[in-house]
Design a protein around this ligand. Structure first.
Ligand SMILES: [Zn+2]
Length: 119
């Protein structure tokens, strides 16, 4: 169990670093927000092309942020279960998740066969 915990902590740190580089945590909504182009001064005159490029950039950051955030939530969830008898239990069929699967993905919420069903 300890090895999974270490792995999860490590992945959590990495994800948080990455999230911080893309946006910031909003403690009011409990959500990560992609940061607007704050480094760009509003006094700068931007032409249209520049503006739409920036908007796309923001969209891209937002979607990447959402992906990272859901992974982070899975990891937090797994960390909250680790040390309890609920860790490593498939959320769908309530059987044990395969060791090999946890090795690769310690934040897995389903066993191998349920994962296929879910997808
Ligand atoms: Zn299952």
């Amino acid at each position: 169990m300890e090895k999974y915990k270490a792995k999860l902590e490590e992945e959590k740190n990495l994800l948080e670093e990455e999230l911080k580089s893309l946006g910031k945590f909003d403690s009011e909504t409990n959500d990560w927000e992609a940061s607007p182009e704050s480094e760009v001064s509003h006094q700068d005159v931007l032409d249209e092309g520049d503006m739409s490029e920036r908007a796309e950039d923001y969209e891209e950051r937002s979607s990447k942020l959402n992906t990272l955030e859901s992974r982070l939530n899975d990891i937090k969830h797994a960390l909250s279960l680790i040390g309890t008898e609920n860790y490593g239990i498939c959320e769908v069929c309530k059987n044990k998740i395969e060791e090999e699967r946890l090795e690769v993905n310690p934040s897995a919420r389903t066993c191998e066969s349920c994962m296929e069903k879910v997808i």
